[in-house]
Every structure is written in structure tokens, then in C-alpha cells.
Ligand binder design. Structure first.
Ligand code: ASP
Length: 383
């Protein structure tokens, strides 16, 4: 993927975003721009720079343009991740996300607004392409944080969201059918063998090039600091491919897949959600930043915690280290940011549009324009 020059960025992304930005927060007085007090930045998982849904801007680029044009920081970030949710090519988020074991796309998302100290989330939501918008509506229009399943769908329907029968695309259905054919779940196996079979089937499909392994897990987390010094974050995902129906990972859970404190920083995650749930990693990262750690060091602390908590043999590789990857993205109030992963290398990283090499990456957009940067790794090599 070609990196945009600053001039391209101003021409295509920022300028378009500025023109489109409406300085109005739903249900609130128009936003008044105050003199710049912070170095604005949007940071996300690497997919935030790889999908444009047929448009001209990537997710982080759009979020940055809107945010610096005066739109509310969280609304800008949600608009950024909407690009990925709606892009049928992105099979780990929103429409076209890989479905659960029953072939049903179930989506999770949450979002958090630093200054307003409010959050909203949805889990196992079916039929809505943009779960982040429903999570945002939970934040804005309810006294609750998390709505799940049918209740979340009913809430969305009542607000006028389009409910679709099926969010599969041709691709996600084809891959699910292939998985279904291989696992033949009509036979009820011994639970251990069944789990092994499902895992082995996933891995075989990766080895045959049908799937990129990161899309067995896949998500976008996107966090931003606005020129007014306001922090927010959003995470949205279709979760683990072919999960047990109803399985919810870390993405919609505050403190696990996302946490924001408007006075400190924002952090979020992609990768094995169960590992983040045990350690409430995003909360831990924000707390580490509160104690003065730089974003990178705070992420490393959470990664060390995951390593220490991973003791089950089935989760360890031949080196006795975790056999999965987890990545964190963090930004503090000064606009310092970092992307860090348990392993800085992953063979599956080579598959991103036009990218080569095994380094795990993250996306960022600043006044320099959108860039895709390498994550720091805690452990040597790849999982
Ligand atoms: N964390 C997500 C989940 O566990 C998946 C991912 O980011 O890869 O549902």
C-alpha cells in the first residue's frame, strides 16, 4: 500500500473530512473549537489503514480528518471504524465478518468517551452491519453499558437501525461452509476431541491459505486524542471465527478490549480475547499510564501479565511460551502513542494489502498523514 504524502493527505483525506465534518454532537450544542491544546492523533490496529470500502480514506485517516475538523472525538472514531465494518473485504469486523459455528454473524463492540465519562457496548448482536453505532447509541441513549443478543437487536430496531437477516457475504459463507464440511459437527464428539478437531481444522485452513490466521481472531480497536485534548476509543469485531454461538470475547467488555480515562489515556486490544478478559488488560494499561508509564511500557506490563497468566499446556508452544498473539494500542493525554504485541513477528502479517514481512503493525494518523508502523514485541520471534 502506498503511503500518502502530506500533500495527498491534505488534498484527499483531511480536506474532504474537513468539508464533511459537522461540528455538532447529537443532542448537544454545536461544538465550539477552542485553540489547539493537544497534538491530535488516531491510532488503531493495522487494519485501520488497509480498508477503504471503495472510498478514498482509510479508517484512521477519516477519523483524524473529522476529529481535527471539529467533530466529537468519539463520533469521529466510530465513523472511522464504520469504514471497516461496512467493507465486505474485511472479514473480521461488521458486515462480512466470519460467522459463528452456526453460520450466523454475531458482532461485539464497545466505545468510551473520556471527557463525558460514559461508555456503551453491544455483544452477540445479529443483523446490524455497524455494531459500533449501536454501542454508541447505548452510550448516548441509555443508562446502561452493555446490551446483548436479542435485547441489543431490539434496541437497535427501535432506534431505526436496519436489521438484516444475514450479514454473511459470499466469502464468509463459503469459508464457513468449508469449515462446517470439515468438522462435521453432526457427530457429537468427546468434548476434548471436539475442541481439538475444531482447532486443527482452523489451523489446516490457515496452512492451506484459505484463511489468514489473524482473521480467526480479528478486530479493530481505534483510539484518539482530539485537538481539544479529548480522548476516546472504540473497538468492534466479529470475534473469533466459528466461535460457539453466544461466545463473547474482550471487545465489548470495558477494561478488557477497551478502556479510556479522559484524564490519562486510552488503550485497546486485538488478539486472543480470553487472555485480555483474565487480565483486564486495557484497564491495566491505562492504570499504568496513570502511574507515569509511557504508552509502550504500559503495554509491555500488560503483555507480561498475559504471559504470566498463560499456564495451560494447550496454550503453550514448544518453547513454553503462549501460542497466540495479542496486540495493544495506547495513547496518552500528551499524544504519545504505542503499538505493542506479545510477539513482534507473525507469519500471517505478510497478507495485508501490499505489505510484506512478518512484523506485526499498527495504524496511526497524525498531522503527517496516515502511517503503518511496526509494533514493539515482548517476546522474540513469532507465536
Ligand atoms: N479480541 C477479539 C475477540 O477475542 C478478536 C481479535 O481481536 O482478534 O473476540
Amino acid at each position: 500500500m502506498r503511503k500518502l504524502s502530506r500533500r495527498d493527505f491534505v488534498k484527499s483525506g483531511a480536506a474532504a473530512g474537513l468539508a464533511a465534518a459537522t461540528p455538532q454532537v447529537l443532542g448537544q450544542a454545536p461544538t465550539v473549537l477552542t485553540p489547539r491544546s493537544a497534538k491530535p492523533v488516531v491510532i488503531s490496529s493495522a487494519n485501520g489503514n488497509f480498508y477503504k470500502n471503495g472510498g478514498t480514506q482509510t479508517g484512521v485517516e477519516k477519523a483524524f480528518a473529522l476529529m481535527t475538523g471539529g467533530k466529537d472525538v468519539l463520533e469521529s472514531l466510530v465513523a472511522g471504524v464504520n469504514i471497516l465494518e461496512l467493507d465486505p473485504e474485511e472479514d473480521s469486523v461488521g458486515y462480512g465478518g466470519l460467522p459463528n459455528a452456526d453460520g450466523v454473524v454475531q458482532l461485539d463492540s464497545c466505545c468510551m468517551h473520556g471527557p463525558r465519562k460514559r461508555a456503551g457496548g453491544v455483544a452477540a448482536l445479529e443483523g446490524v452491519r455497524t455494531p459500533s453505532l449501536v454501542a454508541h447509541a447505548v452510550l448516548q441513549q441509555t443508562d446502561h453499558h452493555l446490551l446483548v443478543g436479542k435485547g441489543a437487536q431490539g434496541f437497535a430496531r427501535n432506534l431505526g437501525f436496519k436489521i438484516e437477516d444475514d450479514l454473511n457475504t459470499e466469502r464468509s459463507r463459503r469459508l464457513w461452509l468449508e469449515w462446517k464440511r470439515r468438522t462435521d459437527p453432526g457427530h457429537y464428539l468427546d468434548p476434548d476431541k471436539r475442541a481439538e478437531l475444531h482447532e486443527a481444522t482452523r489451523q489446516a485452513m490457515v496452512a492451506e491459505g484459505l484463511l489468514r490466521s489473524r482473521h480467526l481472531h480479528g478486530t479493530i480497536n481505534c483510539d484518539g486524542l482530539s485537538p481539544r485534548g479529548e480522548l476516546a476509543g472504540v473497538t468492534t469485531t466479529s470475534g473469533l471465527a466459528w466461535k460457539i454461538p453466544g461466545r463473547v470475547g474482550d471487545s465489548p467488555i470495558l477494561g478488557a478490549g477497551l478502556y479510556v480515562d479522559g484524564a490519562v489515556g486510552a488503550a485497546g486490544s486485538t488478539g486472543r480475547g480470553e487472555a485480555n478478559l483474565y487480565g483486564l488488560s486495557s484497564f491495566l494499561i491505562v492504570e499504568q499510564m496513570r502511574q507515569g508509564k509511557a504508552p509502550k511500557d504500559a503495554c509491555m506490563e500488560a503483555l507480561k501479565r498475559i504471559q504470566a497468566n498463560t499456564v495451560e499446556k494447550r496454550l503453550l508452544n514448544a518453547r513454553g511460551l503462549p501460542n497466540f498473539n495479542v496486540s495493544f494500542y495506547a495513547v496518552n493525554l500528551k499524544g504519545e502513542f504505542a503499538g505493542a504485541a506479545l510477539y513482534g513477528e507473525d507469519p500471517e502479517e505478510t497478507g495485508w494489502a501490499g505489505e510484506t514481512g512478518r512484523r506485526v503493525r499498527f495504524a496511526v494518523c497524525t498531522e503527517k498523514g496516515p502511517e503503518t508502523l511496526v509494533c514493539d514485541g515482548l517476546l522474540p520471534g513469532a507465536p
